[in-house]
Design a protein around this ligand. Structure first.
Ligand code: UCC
Ligand code: FAD
Length: 583
């Protein structure tokens, strides 16, 4: 062998084995659940052919642009060569292509054209679901753009935002605008009411100039933004807290010298993930703006934007899980260990199956919220639908955000060491998943929103929630009986919790908030999986997924209540965390 020159690993020889890489195939054709869901609810040939063609484009070309956005991240040029301040955010060609593609494919427009009536949002979000993991985070500006269009539409499309609305919702790339959502300041991103220092100084023509500092502004290359500020009275005084906040519309434009009007870009954030997209700190130094809300109704008026961006966030979370699974199962058919392909190792398949169950649950939960949104926007929502949409929006955002991190992390491990290697593109999926539970409301803050929304509606939302119509079809399917029983039992545990909690102090409920939100997510998702498995076109895998989902503790809030975890743990928790004593 040596004489014949066959000895491997000598001199320049690096061995003859090279692992085949996982291949991204058409994400629409690869997704049985998505296709099944659409076949069930929206069996339009036009939609199937559009999603199939788009999926092919995503796999063959767009995914490469997404990688380019990651490899060639945005940078900030503060000064031109002659020392003039320009604050130019330089983005890659791929990022610009994403903008054109988004307009052409109607990724925002579909939601406003409403060509498919109450199912238009499901169609739009299905498309975004295919796009998201390959989009180089362009789904972030699209989410905010969609949210801004929704706010404008709900306030009334008139001057000065008529033109903006038409640009946000157009399919023409040369007219298409994206929007920012500038809410967070240094003192607070969750507690916006107390954290906002930005003031709005009234101008004689009825417009305003904004002065303040926005601490996180994503996709800062946007054409416009919605933001919050406090209107100054003639003495310069403002009203503190949430009641002092109003909603403003501002365009991001440049003067004759090329300087941003009323904005200085302080710096770009150096982030764990989402590096494809610029996130800046902005000094607002007299930014021209128009007030869109009644004075003091800023938070309530931007709430529509929060609803939309939180749904987009959940779509991205479900899509990240789906993408890592598609790649992992492809890899399992290419990688051999201990003499057989990974797909022939039952323990590896069990690991992927657990991820699959989470991913299916997330998909059905978020699609159901999109369905409800579509019903509300088409004017066909019942009171029950409206309550459910309000309740489930924070629930789906907080639950899928957490699932995405866990599933994607497990997914990376399924590639072994290669899952940790940057130029495979895999680590970026995990980095980008981590933000999904932070921005647009953290898990705890959204859990408290769930609580408030229950309290504000005098329990109406929970009555809506307890409606068990989703389980109606399941009585005839005996294979699903164990899952149905678990969901019904969990629902009565939840009802019992609610009855007990109603008699307790607010601090009790606050401690239960996260577990309550998780319980709502798990029980409702269980019911959705069962409902989908009852559909006549469902597969045995749909039944198996429902059974597996329902094997987990569906109602952790009842468990922890029984353990007394919400009674008096506050001081014990603090003592545990800050423990300094050594015996
Ligand atoms: O993070 C951001 C952008 C990231 C980039 C975009 C990513 C998009 C996804 C991409 C996927 C790849 S922008 C920053 C986002 N910031 C947040 O989400 C803030 C989190 N904090 C909260 O949500 C808090 O709960 C606050 C700010 C809403 C709490 O403020 P207040 O002032 O204490 O609010 P209140 O008192 O709870 O509510 C004031 C009013 C009430 O109405 P009225 O006065 O009529 O009773 C509420 O019912 O606002 C109403 N309201 C809502 N209505 C509050 N929240 C909502 C809601 N979610 N839906 C409907
Ligand atoms: P804090 O509010 O300080 O929260 C810290 C911790 O305290 C969290 O764990 C939180 O859950 C917890 N906490 C807070 N209040 C409570 C409570 N009452 N009870 C229990 N726990 C609580 N913002 C924008 O406005 N526009 C943007 O474009 C934007 N882009 C972003 C991009 C990135 C990459 C990131 C990371 C953030 C971005 N943000 C943006 C900001 C984001 O919305 C906030 O960071 C987020 O809302 C949390 O606010 P905070 O950072 O002030 O955290």
């Amino acid at each position: 062998w040596e004489a014949a020159g066959y000895l491997p690993f000598t001199r320049a020889r690096i061995g003859s084995f090279f692992q085949e890489n996982p291949v991204l195939k058409n994400p629409f054709l690869e997704d049985a659940l998505l296709r099944g869901y659409l076949k069930r609810h929206l069996p339009q040939e036009g939609i199937f052919s559009d999603l199939s063609a788009f999926g092919e484009h995503v796999a063959k070309e767009v995914d490469g642009w997404g990688r380019e956005c990651e490899v060639n991240p945005p940078r900030l040029v503060h000064f031109d060569p002659w020392g003039r301040r320009v604050d130019h955010i330089v983005t890659s060609l791929a990022w610009k292509r994403m903008k054109d593609l988004s307009a052409q494919e109607g990724l925002v427009a579909i939601g406003y054209e409403r060509s498919f009536g109450e199912w238009s949002r499901v169609y739009q979000m299905s498309k975004l679901y295919l796009f998201s993991p390959s989009s180089g985070l362009y789904t972030c500006p699209l989410a905010m753009t969609d949210g801004a269009a929704k706010v404008i539409q709900s306030i009334g499309v008139s001057q000065p935002v008529e033109e903006a609305y038409s640009r946000l919702t157009t399919r023409q790339p040369e007219r298409f605008w994206t929007s920012g959502q500038w809410m967070t300041e240094r003192q607070g991103g969750s507690d916006v009411g107390n954290g906002t220092e930005t003031v709005a100084v009234p101008q004689t023509d009825g417009s305003y100039k904004l002065h303040g500092f926005k601490w996180f502004t994503s996709a800062t290359d946007a054409d416009m933004t919605l933001t919050l500020a406090r209107v100054q009275d003639q003495t310069g005084a403002t009203i503190p807290g949430s009641k002092g906040l109003s909603l403003f519309y501002a365009e991001v434009s440049r003067d004759e010298d090329g300087r941003l009007r009323g904005i200085e870009v302080q710096r770009l954030k150096d982030k764990l993930g989402t590096r494809q997209m610029p996130t800046a700190e902005l000094l607002l130094d007299g930014l021209p703006a128009h007030r869109l809300s009644v004075e003091g109704r800023g938070v309530a008026s931007i709430a529509n934007m929060l609803t939309i961006t939180r749904i987009h966030n959940s779509i991205s979370a479900a899509a990240a899980m789906r993408r890592v699974l598609q790649l992992a199962r492809d890899y399992a058919s290419r990688r051999t260990a201990f003499g057989k392909l990974l797909k022939d190792h039952p323990l590896h398949m069990q690991t992927l199956a657990r991820m699959e169950v989470e991913s299916r649950g997330a998909f059905l939960l978020v699609m159901d919220v999109c369905r409800l949104l579509g019903r509300e926007e088409s004017g066909v929502a019942t009171e029950h639908d409206a309550h459910l949409l309000r309740l489930l929006t924070p629930v789906v955002k907080l639950y899928t955000g957490k699932q995405a991190v866990a599933v994607v992390s497990e997914g990376l491990e399924s590639f072994g060491g290669q899952g940790y290697i940057e130029d495979t593109g895999l680590p970026g999926i995990l980095r980008d998943a981590q933000v999904l539970s932070i921005w647009e409301g953290t898990t705890n803050v959204l859990s408290l929103d769930v609580l408030r929304c229950v309290a504000r509606s005098s329990g109406m939302v929970l009555h809506a929630y307890f409606d068990q119509s989703l389980l109606a079809g399941a009585s005839s399917v005996s294979a699903l009986a164990p899952a149905v029983k678990t969901v019904v039992d969990a629902l009565s545990e939840l009802e019992e919790f609610v009855q007990i909690a109603a008699t307790r102090a607010p601090s009790y409920l606050e401690l239960a908030a996260r577990d309550l939100a998780y319980s709502l997510a798990r029980i409702y998702t269980g019911a959705l999986l069962i409902d989908h498995a009852c559909w006549k076109g469902a597969s045995p895998s749909d039944t198996y997924a429902a059974l597996r989902w329902c094997e987990q503790d569906l109602c952790p809030v009842a468990q922890n209540q029984r353990k007394g975890h919400y009674d008096s743990n506050t001081s014990l928790d603090a003592a545990l965390i800050f423990d300094q004593s050594v015996q």
